[in-house]
Design a binder for this molecule. Structure first.
Ligand SMILES: [Zn+2]
Ligand SMILES: [Zn+2]
Length: 368
């Protein structure tokens, strides 16, 4: 193991925003071996080779990979989804490989398959897979301002990550990564790409500026809870969707049963629309959230808004206010919320919510 670096004559450097599995494929192929053999050298348990992107940043294998690739640990951590500390926090257990896959994009069938997206222009030009393509908050390419694609334009099946080539001794990453896992055709030269709307782009810029900041983990924990509540097959979710999403915004889930289930299963545009709605709940905190929740007849379902582990105080108290008839938010609730947002560095998300909240909605509440 200590000699891994000497065993590998070729050390391709990590490309822009490249995810670990894509980088490992290029390292292995450049040295004429399979990723599975490379991982065996590095002491990575065979069962985990395909899950290599799910590794936590404190796993000792990060050192081994860094040594083999001839780089600092930090470079390897940056290629891991779990290195986005704003989304996942810094306290992922160092022994638990099966960390919560929230925010990781999901394919349709089989139910637990991780999905992937791609920017057709980036993929054609640079030929590697980007970390942000596996994360459900990303629905567009910030460089090319187009929607990402999460399916093959020929056969319509889920676009998969680089792990599908891990057993191959002869993978040619630049060519093979552009091919659909199911029909084998090129995914980059088909239909023209679709430019993303201004709102989706601004939203993605805003979230992208927060995903690497560890102090933003509270914001994302609340965001993911609200997203999951709104994407469930429940009456509360149905009501919130009908209240908050314009009729033109059809929500399509790729979950195998076809019903809404989880944010991570939504197709690319549905995720963009759902994020726009849920991000706006942070406007005029907690009044807007309280209004939305109180407008449903399903207040007894509000327990879905909590989790077994505790969420930030400013959030839990807002849900409790909504659940208690005749109780109104106090100015101090808002002050505490704003104070936290400033201190933790995500006040831009609050300002964004205020600017983009659709004030044409909830007329019946505002006039009440
Ligand atoms: Zn791009
Ligand atoms: Zn295909």
């Amino acid at each position: 193991m200590a000699n891994a670096s000497n065993l590998l004559p070729w050390h391709p450097r990590r490309l822009d925003d490249e995810i670990l599995s894509s980088w490992m494929l290029r390292i292995a192929s450049g040295n004429g071996i399979s990723v599975r053999s490379l991982c065996a050298w590095l002491g990575i348990d065979d069962d985990w080779v395909r899950e290599i992107d799910s590794m936590d940043p404190y796993n000792p294998l990060v050192n081994h990979i860094a040594e083999a690739a001839g780089v600092e640990n930090e470079i390897v951590v940056k290629s891991l989804p779990s290195g986005l500390y704003g989304l996942f926090g810094e306290s992922i257990s160092s022994t638990d490989w099966s960390w919560n896959p929230q925010w990781r994009l999901r394919g349709g069938t089989p139910p637990n398959n991780l999905g992937n997206q791609y920017c057709p222009i980036c993929l054609r030009k640079f030929g590697h897979y980007q970390l942000s393509w596996t994360i459900a908050v990303y629905s567009c390419c910030l460089q090319h301002k187009c929607f990402l694609r999460d399916h093959c334009p020929h056969c319509g099946k889920t676009f998969l990550g680089a792990a599908r080539f891990f057993d191959s001794y002869t993978a040619n990453p630049k060519r093979d990564l552009q091919l659909c896992a199911y029909c084998g055709r090129s995914v980059v030269n088909h239909e023209p790409y679709e430019l993303a709307d201004e709102k989706t782009l601004k939203l993605t810029y805003m979230l992208d500026s927060l995903v690497r900041k560890p102090a933003c983990v509270d914001y994302f924990e609340v965001l993911v809870r609200l997203l999951h509540v709104m994407c469930r097959p429940s009456a509360l979710a149905k009501h919130m969707r009908s209240q908050m999403l314009p009729k033109s915004h059809q929500i399509t889930s790729r979950y195998w049963s076809g019903t809404p289930h989880n944010f991570e299963y939504l197709d690319v545009k549905s995720r963009a629309f759902m994020l726009q709605a849920v991000v706006s709940l942070f406007a005029d905190w907690p009044d807007y959230l309280v209004d939305v929740l109180r407008s449903t007849n399903d207040l007894h379902h509000l327990h879905h808004l909590f989790m077994h582990k505790s969420l930030p105080n400013w959030y839990e108290s807002a849900v409790r206010i909504a659940a208690t008839r005749n109780r109104c938010p106090k100015p101090s609730d808002r002050e505490q919320f704003l104070h936290t947002a400033i201190q933790q560095g995500w006040v831009t998300a609050v300002q964004f919510a205020k600017r983009t909240r659709d004030s044409g909605r909830f007329l019946h509440l505002e006039s009440a």
